[in-house]
Design a protein around this ligand. Structure first.
Ligand code: DAH
Length: 369
């Protein structure tokens, strides 16, 4: 009869000697595989006398169990060793900068728009966008500025020649009596002069309640020290069933104080006129000009920062919102102005000169909070 303890030490030796999973598998098959030594022994059981068979069978099974345990322990040891080796080899140095090669910077406008959006997002506004080339009907008519409305003159519009007709159901009459462009060549498309048409788009697209913020580029045919033909605005719109001027004031005060990081910043709402709001107001913030410079929040002076008001019932109606049931407020602010005030940038024109030295000075790291 085979000496089981010799067999056991033979098989165990092969298992212990295995240094990787492939060698361990060879040792396992040699002992416990179909043609393995232990399996071979089991096949001899049938030839043994009745009395020995039971006892020998039990010993072989015990041996099988022991070898299986040894194999499992060896496998665990090999896997642990492999993992250690990988961890040592693949180790990452977390102290290294993830972008050591970064040399670019965020433009202050990009940064300011992100800041504004973040603050309003905390108040439940969602960001919406509209096209730069806008239908005259949405840029003006829907906002209560029909073609002959004098307020159109306030915005030096870039008209686009030779583009298709207006948006369906709106502005079919656009351009007919407008002094600019001539009647025989209506030009229903403009470079949008403000972000207010995004309010119209928002109302046409979704039913109230609405809380929308629309940042983006706008264009006016105007260029001097304080005006650029392209600049940026952020428009806000809230429409709901019990919206009033108090909500508008609270929202803008919270925003301005958070944006300028000045909890005591003073705000003044001055009556004004916009065709798309009634009543309308311009908002000034407190500042100090006494030493020739400009400091936000201190002193007795005022600085205008934005326009706002309750959405005109005609605008709601033009956009399919029932003015008997809903009211809304809206506001529009210039991004360059807010960036200049916060970051002490003195000249509007420098924003778009693409001067690398300027950008290195006023730009922001993408990793800045
Ligand atoms: N669209 C105006 C402009 O460009 C700014 C503005 C004023 C927007 C009042 C508004 C508003 O939504 O209520 O001058």
């Amino acid at each position: 009869m085979t000496d089981l303890s010799t067999l056991k030490s033979e098989c165990a030796g092969a298992i212990e000697a295995a240094t990787d999973l492939a060698a361990l598998e060879v040792a396992r098959v040699a002992a416990l595989g179909k043609k393995g030594k232990v399996t071979g022994l089991l096949k001899t059981l049938g030839g043994l006398p009745e009395g020995e068979r039971r006892e020998f069978g039990a010993r072989i099974n015990t041996l099988k169990d022991e070898l299986e345990e040894l194999i499992a322990a060896r496998r665990a040891a090999i896997e642990a060793k492999d993992l250690d080796a990988r961890l040592a080899f693949e180790r990452a140095d977390v102290t290294l900068s993830p972008r050591p090669e970064q040399t670019g910077a965020l433009h202050p406008i990009t940064r300011t728009i992100a800041e504004i959006c973040n603050l309003f997002a905390q108040m439940g506004f969602k960001v919406a966008e509209g096209p730069h080339i806008e239908d005259d009907a949405l840029n003006f008519t829907a906002l209560n500025m029909p073609p002959d409305h004098p307020a159109r003159q306030m915005q030096d519009t870039f008209y686009l020649e030779g583009m298709g007709s207006g948006v369906e159901g709106m502005g079919s009459e656009t351009g007919q009596s407008d002094p600019e462009p001539p009647a025989q060549n209506p030009k229903p498309y403009v470079l949008r002069t403000h972000t207010s048409p995004v309010q119209v788009r928002a109302m046409l697209k979704e039913k109230p309640p609405l809380r929308v913020l629309a940042p983006g580029r706008v264009f006016r045919c105007d260029s001097d020290q304080t005006h650029a033909p392209m600049f940026h605005q952020v428009e806000g719109l809230v429409v709901d069933e019990a919206t009033h001027m108090g909500h508008l004031k609270g929202t803008l005060a919270d925003f301005m104080r958070a944006y300028f990081n000045a909890p005591n910043l003073k705000l003044r709402f001055r009556p004004s006129y916009f065709p798309f709001t009634e009543p309308s107001a311009e908002v000034d913030i407190g500042c100090d000009r006494s030493d020739g410079g400009l400091k936000i929040c201190e002193g007795e002076d005022w600085l205008e920062v934005l326009g706002c008001g309750m959405v005109h019932p005609k605008v709601l109606q033009n956009c399919g919102v029932d003015p008997a049931r809903y009211q809304g407020y809206a506001f529009g602010m210039g991004v360059e102005r807010l960036a200049m005030l916060k970051y002490g940038i003195p000249d509007l024109r420098t924003f778009f000169e693409a001067d690398l030295r300027w950008l290195r000075h006023y730009g922001f790291s993408v990793l800045d909070q």
